[in-house]
Write a new protein. Sequence first.
Length: 609
Amino acid sequence: MCGIVGYIGPKQATDVVVKGLSALEYRGYDSVGVALIDQNQTGQVIKQAGRVENLKPLVKQQAGKSQLAIGHTRWATHGLPNSVNAHPHSNNAKDIFVVHNGIIENYQEIKDRLTEHGYKFYSDTDTEVIPNLIDYYTARSKTFLAGLKAALNDLRGAFAIAVITTREPTTLFAARFSSPLVIGVGNNEYVLASDPNAIMAHTKDVVFLEDNDLAVINQTSLKIIDFSRSMPKKPKLELLDYDQEQAALGHFPNFMLKEIYEAPQTIRAATRGRVLADQGIIKLGGLESVNKQLNHIDRIVIVACGTSYYAGLVGEYLIEELANIPVEVQLASEFKYRKEPFSRATILLAISQSGETADTIAALEKAKDFGCLRLGVVNAIGSTIARLTDAGVYTHAGAERAVASTKAFIAQVTVLTLIALHLSKGENKDYRKLLNELSLLPQKAAAVLEQAPEIKRITIKYMDKQDFFFIGRGYNYPCALEGALKLKEISYIHAEGYAAGEMKHGPLALIDKDFPTLALATDSNELAKTISNIEEIKTRNGPLIIMASAGNKKVASLTDDLIYLPKTMEQTQPILSAIALQLFAYYIAEAKQLDIDHPRNLAKSVTVE
Ligand code: M6R
């Protein structure tokens, strides 16, 4: 949530920073700003409500020549998204400039203290205390660095900050605690960012900051200090494993559509080298170091948020059926409040696309005290969750840019299928068949995509509806939940997912001619019961869109709005259903002419609890 960029080097710093902000805009996009130290060593701040695109002309007109700048794109937590609350924030003397991700939990206490010392505050943000606190401590310290360290040690909560000051006009400072920051190391230049998307155009050599790291960056040197212990650390250089191509739109109008269309290659990438169908084995290198422990599991607890949580629910069905291990899926945001008994033989499995979701990180932190094995199914390589877990399986979906998660869900469910098969040790009756089905799945995903024009045709009829139900049974139930989430987040239509069998326990009361239901009625042992639920809706004049398995004529007679999906096994059905549901939500949002990649009030990576 929110994006930070910083630059020090020979180029026009604001150009690099503004370009970086565009790459990070998916993290938050309600206001934006830059601060720079110009050639006369004067500080300048340019900021406003709205998008990076609107800031560009202002920066072009107003920014002086500069080799040192920081920038921020904001997702508001404290205070309205206006120009006063936009970052960067400065101290009262206007010579220290700060951009910040995260939340300073003790900001009110610091604000009260600083107010007693005569400091004034102009914004509603928690961030504004930071430059003033630095000011306070630097006035009482021998060096700016000493004052900065003292200020950092006063801050509670989660933060990643970048700081520039006219008092040290050739230094970029950055610090992290529970919020990611990465430094790209170029040729006599450094690019700082809250995620690698802003860096990959410049270099693949990076240093990921760890908690309590304070980076002191000059054009030719990078020093890292543990600010809590005042100890120097050796920067650990790593190679960024990112494909720049994936960050570009190509011929697609937006990232969501591009990412939906990446489903076949996403399945291929998630299974490549892992599904050895001819040898009848699943090979998960990321779990090799913990394979022995995996023989003695009493239960798996999956923690995740949003779409990743729904993928986890599919995982629950998969692991219980295929590996016969009890699974419980918990919302990461609630996991921390439970006082459940937790044995050392229980595994905590965190699922996350970004690897930076604060609630999921908090769940992992809590589980540390249980002494259990902590595994990850993560997309972003090198992310906080990937680093926090003992072992795991990367989903390899590549960069996902649209706020609405699509290909990440496909990759997560694919990987969870592999984990379930791995844990089954080949003992489930469907093991071999599933290995084969997984190798056919990319083609079947492509066949769903070919249905896009038909899905679009049906969808448009429903664009003016206010409410929607999504229903399904068994493996299709978590898909119904995910389908509803997709629709509400990008089209702003109220949508709820239900287990089809639950309709008659309450929700059916809402059904009338204006309340449509999308029913997932693909071939399964539960199909007859789902058809009964569909009939119950039809009898009450509820409009119906049905997704069914190719060739199922019985379902065809129930509605005019029928979407056929390729036949597959029940366990792999969620992957194909999800692609069709993603297209369904997409085309409604497109018909409503909404900003699909940037839904209102949301951000891609939710780094606050
Ligand atoms: O990065 P994560 O997978 O941990 O993110 C979890 C949720 O914030 C995310 O899936 C969110 O629900 C998406 N906007 C859904 O499309």
